[in-house]
Design a protein around this ligand. Structure first.
Ligand SMILES: Cc1cc2nc3c(=O)[nH]c(=O)nc-3n(C[C@H](O)[C@H](O)[C@H](O)COP(=O)(O)OP(=O)(O)OC[C@H]3O[C@@H](n4cnc5c(N)ncnc54)[C@H](O)[C@@H]3O)c2cc1C
Length: 393
């Protein structure tokens, strides 16, 4: 019997668990993968999160491992790259990147040290809401059991199929976007630069992360990917085909990773599911990608995951007992706070992603940004990179 059961230990699950443990609540976290595990993600974290991570007690460990400060943004499209300043945030002025194999482990360890019970590797397979309490059936290697709590928080991301009522329905359309990511060693990208890559059928980004690794992540349309693979005669894996396509379309990537070596394999995920979804429904709270997701073109998913966990914990803190009336009131407050914090960046990302997907967009975007380079700084600001967290109760 717990106060809260959190399903998933990505940044959203661990941040909400940490914040609830800080309130003295009994928390269980269920995570299906063994850590460390790599993940499709560009791994950039906006500066504003470092202050939040300090409040959660994980800031020092994350600063000690993260890559260099990202002080400039750039566009790598059809010609030479164009760059502009990253807007400065209050406190830590600039964001940094940290491999998800490191970040997620630090956050989960912090939650464990703060008192959360961690069930890992263990999958949540069913949520049964029954009046005051919910039962969550979990399945490990040799172990099946049922945990109960008044509060259940879905933090399991949005890209995987599953049988939980909070898993998103399957989709399939030619314009679906698949996510790819790889680490490189020996890249020659400037260490303070985060370029946006725009290429036919998709977009991506590069940034220096921890351990002298550079991460390249991107999204590409299902139909474009299928054509690339067909053209390669299926000699190339999907990741290799995407890699070759980006190198052929963005000259900036050739000068950055032409002489670099892959560190590990290409990872793939998706289709990704940008959009705004219910943050509280069927008496279940949702944080991170389950609640809503921006196009990765703005690299704000980790921010939204960490911050949504914090916002929910703050709403729940208003009530000593989490009975049905308290859950409904906390759910309504959380949904409003979530929209205020994230709706603009989700819309900005959607507009940018639509522009990036237009035919010839890499030439058109390049022409526009060469004429108005500050648009890169404005775009970074609109995407929430400097938006402070609300003053919390
Ligand atoms: C190509 C690409 C690049 C990106 N780049 C960036 C970037 O640079 N910066 C940024 O901020 N964001 C980026 N993002 C977005 C970011 O990766 C996500 O928004 C973020 O991972 C969401 O965190 P989360 O905690 O909601 O979910 P996740 O990180 O997906 O974590 C969910 C966890 O739940 C577990 N789980 C799933 N189902 C179950 C179950 N049934 N039982 C138990 N456990 C379960 C999973 O194993 C996983 O560990 C990128 C995304 C893509 C596709």
């Amino acid at each position: 019997m717990y106060d809260a059961i959190v399903i998933g230990a990505g940044p959203s699950g661990s941040s909400v668990a940490l914040a609830l443990c800080g309130q003295g609540r009994a928390v269980a976290i269920i995570e299906r993968s063994e850590f460390p595990r790599r993940k499709v993600c560009g791994e950039f974290m906006s500066a504003i999160n470092l202050e939040l991570l300090d409040r959660l007690g994980a800031g020092a460990a994350i600063r000690a491992k993260a890559g260099p400060e990202v002080r400039r943004v750039a566009l790598f499209a059809s010609g030479p790259g164009i760059d502009a300043g990253m807007p400065r945030a209050a406190g830590d002025a600039f964001g940094r990147a940290l491999g998800r194999d490191v970040l997620d482990g630090i956050l989960l360890d912090a939650a464990r040290n703060a008192g959360a019970d961690v069930f890992q590797p263990c999958r949540a397979v069913e949520i049964i809401r029954d009046g005051e309490n919910a039962a969550v059936r979990i399945s490990g290697k040799d172990d099946q059991r049922v945990l109960t709590a008044p509060v259940v928080i879905a933090a399991h991301g949005s890209w995987e199929q599953g049988k939980l009522s909070t898993n998103l329905p399957k989709i399939s359309a030619p314009h679906d976007l698949f996510g790819f990511k790889a680490h490189f060693k020996g890249a020659s990208l400037a260490r303070d630069l985060m370029p946006l890559l725009v290429f036919p059928g998709g977009y991506g980004g590069m940034v220096w992360t921890d351990q002298d690794r550079m991460s390249l992540s991107c999204c590409i349309r299902r139909d474009v990917l299928a054509r690339l693979r067909e053209k390669s005669g299926a000699f190339l894996s999907a990741g290799q085909a995407v890699h070759a396509h980006i190198m052929a379309s963005c000259p900036g990537t050739v000068s950055s990773i032409g002489g670099a070596t892959l560190d590990g394999e290409w990872l793939a995920a998706g289709p990704i599911r940008p959009g705004i979804r219910p943050r509280f429904a069927d008496d279940i709270f949702r944080v991170g990608n389950v609640a809503g997701e921006s196009h990765p073109i703005i690299a704000e998913g980790i921010s939204m995951a960490l911050q949504s966990g914090w916002l929910l914990a703050n709403e729940l803190a208003r009530f000593d007992r989490w009975d049905r009336a308290a859950r409904v009131a906390a759910g309504s407050g959380y949904a409003k706070a979530w929209s205020r914090q994230f709706a603009t960046r989700i819309r900005t990302a959607s507009v940018l992603a639509r522009i990036a997907a237009l035919p010839q967009s890499n030439a058109v975007m390049r022409a526009f940004v060469s004429w108005f380079p500050e648009s890169l700084t404005i775009g970074a600001r609109l995407s929430g990179k400097t938006k402070a967290l609300p003053v919390l109760r």
